[in-house]
Design a protein around this ligand. Structure first.
Ligand SMILES: [Zn+2]
Length: 67
């Protein structure tokens, strides 16, 4: 995991602590939602089947190193 220096304040996805400007953070992609694949949901009037979506999240150095 490559750590980057943030140029703006972020919130750690894992521990919810603040990552201050200039602190190191890492980016990880996680699966969004705990929905069962194949479950359907109404979205914008359409019935769609939910699949896992991966989104990037910010995590503090501490959480990344404890993995
Ligand atoms: Zn953290």
């Amino acid at each position: 995991m490559k750590l980057k220096k943030t140029r703006k304040e972020r919130k750690c996805y894992s521990c919810k602590s603040l990552i201050n400007k200039g602190d190191l953070y890492g980016q990880k992609s996680i699966a969004l939602g705990e929905k069962v694949n194949g479950e359907s949901e109404t979205f914008d009037g359409m019935n769609v089947v939910i699949n896992y979506m991966r989104i990037p999240v910010s995590m503090c150095q501490c959480c990344l190193e404890n993995k």
